[in-house]
Design a protein around this ligand. Structure first.
Ligand code: FE
Ligand code: FE
Ligand code: ZN
Ligand code: FE
Length: 214
């Protein structure tokens, strides 16, 4: 009868495998983030990408420290998931290059990356702890916190600026944008109201709906 392999051997092998996967992914991100920063039209979003590029350089170094703590050479392994996520991001950059929704698309693409990283680092942290590799777990936890921070920052940017810009331009196209208050029509308040669908009761109510039905 076959006996199961020792559990720790399997988990260690899994950790090594996933370290190589995320090492490859982080290196791809070093190439992708400058392109995303360049594509972003919103200043906060561009700054967020540039800031995360710097963090990512530190994350690559941390992974190299983790490899070395485990007496392994720092070596990447092709990660089809990150390649796919970045390919989709590239599609958005091309298809929405001149669209007001570009920044919203960039935020979504970037958050898909962060969520992949959070899942990966979260699992690896737990495995490293389980294996008693506390120095490795510490390194991975530091990066995990940065990825969570990046994700939260992207959510904030999306809520306060990016999604609203996309929405404003949709409304402008539909001729539904009302000038509000100070006349700029772009105050945070006015934009917030528009985003929450609170601009109802305006001229829109008498218009036929999109299909021309009444
Ligand atoms: Fe990262
Ligand atoms: Fe992967
Ligand atoms: Zn520990
Ligand atoms: Fe990240």
């Amino acid at each position: 009868m076959a006996t199961k392999k020792q559990e720790s051997t399997g988990l260690l092998k899994l950790l090594e495998d996933q370290l190589a996967d995320i090492y490859y992914a982080e290196k791809q991100l070093l190439k992708a983030l400058p392109k995303m920063a360049k594509a972003a039209t919103n200043n906060d979003l561009r700054a967020a990408f540039e800031g995360h590029l710097e963090e990512t350089q530190g994350q690559v170094q941390r992974l190299e420290e983790a490899f070395s703590a485990m007496d392994l050479p720092a070596k990447g392994k092709k990660c089809p998931a990150i390649d796919g996520i970045l390919e989709e991001g590239k599609e958005i950059m091309e298809e929405f290059a001149d669209d007001a929704a570009l920044d919203a698309g960039l935020v979504a693409a970037a958050q898909k990356v962060e969520h992949y990283e959070i899942a990966s680092y979260g699992s690896m942290c737990a495995w490293a702890e389980q294996l008693g590799l506390h120095d490795v777990a510490g390194l991975l936890t530091e990066t995990l916190e940065e990825e969570k921070g990046a994700d939260e920052k992207l959510s904030e940017i999306a809520e306060t600026v990016v999604n609203l810009e996309a929405e404003d331009s949709d409304e402008e196209e539909a001729g539904e944008l009302e000038e509000v208050g100070n006349g700029s029509g772009r105050s945070a308040k006015a934009k917030g109201a528009a985003a929450k669908g609170m601009g109802k009761g305006s001229a829109t109510t008498t218009k036929p709906n999109r299909n021309g039905k009444r």
